[in-house]
Design a protein around this ligand. Structure first.
Ligand SMILES: Cc1cc2nc3c(=O)[nH]c(=O)nc-3n(C[C@H](O)[C@H](O)[C@H](O)COP(=O)(O)OP(=O)(O)OC[C@H]3O[C@@H](n4cnc5c(N)ncnc54)[C@H](O)[C@@H]3O)c2cc1C
Length: 388
């Protein structure tokens, strides 16, 4: 399906006493959940406060595992396909990790999310824009969600409304203890050439994180990421970083956002409400990648809801089982991140050791237990340090 521009109309919501599921948030997590539910024939209402296409601060990198998880091809909104990654420890000290097959597709989030929402509507989900959510009532055998315009009823509710989730706030309180936040900010940079250079992760860009350069055909996306609450990343700092790398290049809109971590520590889901994507803390603190966790957790919620509606296992049990591996990986990733960013010299040497390069890039692309790999690297680096 070709990418087509133009506003996605919020539909007049059909008269429905009670939906099978309401999904709040039409980003990758919400579209993944709503698409699977609609494809399974469920009555699903997808709500967002934004008019699409809408901007989202994001570098738009989709690793191989995200591409595999999606139910449809996103080739028509892919700007570049990447088979090699340059990891810089500092300017002048870098290693290239190459793969025989593409590891990552680079998209522009505005285009990607618009495309995914259109596919989700085609699958049968109803989409509507809403005003602020003022109340959620999750007592009883269903869920009611109230906006100034009306009250919607459903058997289940999926909170896919991003890192500052209103659903999470209303169901679990302001900031549950398990939730942690990272931060990243990014800009579109026009360099004069056509933006088809290397994909770079610069470990000197930010403490407990990195700087990145993602080529997007007609521009490069440049940003800074940290998983630490102490590292301050702001607009002047990103501008200085861009100047240092690209001189007087033209810099477009700069936007930043938090990322939601901590799903590994969240209590097992219960009841009829599920938090997915950044709302549920499914972003990966080691890499800053959140789209995969969003898709996988959204699909897990859909399978769980559909399962209970079919009369099998309670949805919250299926959700816990279906996200178990993901949460285990995030736990390892969190400890991998603490070690890696705390031991950058060793980490860099281990990450770029010729013996590891193929495994590292494939683990990044496939998610074949990237955190497990980080632990293997940690063991290798300790042995390496002991023998030095
Ligand atoms: C600068 C930056 C760069 C990043 N780069 C990458 C990358 O290259 N690759 C990657 O995998 N991850 C990246 N991430 C992480 C990734 O962007 C997120 O993890 C991902 O978008 C989470 O998806 P989501 O669907 O959970 O939430 P979101 O994408 O945030 O979508 C949430 C949706 O909910 C809607 N919403 C919010 N509140 C309400 C409300 N009250 N009512 C109704 N609707 C609401 C929003 O309008 C939005 O459409 C990056 C993050 C940042 C900040």
């Amino acid at each position: 399906m070709a990418f087509s521009r133009g506003r996605i109309p919020g539909h007049t919501i059909s008269v429905m006493e009670r939906w099978d599921a309401i999904v709040v948030g039409a980003g990758p997590a919400g579209c993944a959940a709503a698409c699977d539910l609609a494809s399974a024939g469920r009555a699903v209402l997808l709500l967002d406060r934004a008019e699409f296409p809408r901007h989202k601060a994001c570098a738009g990198g989709l690793t191989r595992k995200s591409l595999r998880a999606l139910r449809y091809s996103v080739a028509s909104v892919t700007r570049e396909t990447i088979s090699a990654i340059v990891v810089e420890k500092r300017r002048g000290e870098a290693a290239t990790l190459a793969s025989r097959t593409p590891v990552c597709a680079l998209t522009v989030r505005e285009e990607l999310d618009d495309f995914c929402l259109r596919r989700t509507i085609e699958a049968g989900a109803q989409f509507a824009r809403i005003g602020p959510i003022v109340a959620i009532d999750a007592s009883g055998d269903g869920v009611a969600i109230e906006t100034p315009e009306r009250r919607h009823h459903a058997r289940f509710l999926v909170g896919a409304d991003g890192v500052h989730s209103r659903v999470r706030q209303l169901v679990h309180g302001d900031c549950p203890l398990w939730l942690r936040r990272g931060f990243a900010l990014e800009a579109e940079v026009r360099t004069g050439d056509d933006g088809d250079g290397d994909l770079v992760f610069d470990l000197a860009g930010a403490r407990q994180g990195y700087g990145w350069i993602f080529p997007k055909r007609d521009h490069v996306n440049v940003g800074l990421y940290t998983e630490s609450a102490e590292e301050r990343l702001d607009r002047p700092r990103l501008l200085a970083y861009i100047r240092q790398r690209f001189g007087d290049a033209r810099v477009g809109r700069i936007t930043g956002q938090f990322l939601g971590f901590g799903a590994e520590n969240a209590p097992a889901a219960e009841g009829r409400t599920f938090l997915v994507g950044d709302a549920g803390g499914f972003a990966d603190p080691l890499t800053g990648e959140g789209i995969y966790g969003a898709i996988a957790s959204g699909q897990a919620a859909a399978a769980a809801i559909d399962g209970e509606l079919c009369g099998s296992v309670a949805a919250h049990r299926t959700f816990a089982r279906r996200t178990a591996q993901l949460r285990k990986d995030l736990l390892l990733s969190a400890s991998g991140a603490r070690w890696f960013y705390g031991n950058l010299d060793l980490g860099y040497r281990a990450l770029t050791a010729p013996v590891f390069r193929g495994a590292v890039i494939n683990a990044y692309a496939n998610g074949t237990k990237i955190a497990g790999l980080a632990n293997a690297i940690r063991r290798f680096a300790r042995a390496f340090a002991a023998s030095a």
